[in-house]
Ligand binder design. Structure first.
Ligand SMILES: [Zn+2]
Length: 128
């Protein structure tokens, strides 16, 4: 009986976390989620932090350049890889600037239409 209860609780809390956390938006860490990750932007070489997204079990994907350019990017798979194997990180400012100021080059590299749409929506809603 106690074992059964335990697993039920774990499942429920996982669902709750998902529902409380809109995908891709800024996320809190006071409930025991990992602290933001400090990374260095491969474009401007500034340090910046990447928030943890409990809904996908890893840091928010938009700051990983591979997320935008790799059509095989899979958050579940990526969340199991060490940070060093997740590729270059890009800060919000550079991501936005890349799209707004070098759009041709950006579209050349980011082929996925739904990801382009995601980025447009991030910019439109001032997420970045
Ligand atoms: Zn940058």
């Amino acid at each position: 009986m106690p074992v059964k209860n335990k697993s039920k609780t774990r499942k429920t809390s996982k669902i709750n976390k998902y529902m409380e956390q809109p995908l891709g938006l800024g996320l809190v860490n006071e409930r025991g989620f990992p602290e933001p990750l400090f990374a260095n932007c491969f474009k401007c070489h500034q340090d910046f932090s990447i928030k943890y997204n409990p809904a996908i079990g890893m840091y928010t994907q938009k700051n990983y350049w591979l997320y935008w350019v790799d059509d095989k990017w899979n958050p579940k798979k990526m969340s199991r890889k060490p940070e060093s194997e997740r590729g270059d990180k890009l800060c919000d400012d550079c991501l936005k600037e890349f799209y707004l100021k070098e759009k041709k080059e950006f579209l050349n590299q980011v082929k996925d239409k739904s990801k382009r749409q995601t980025l447009r929506s991030y910019i439109y809603h001032s997420v970045i």
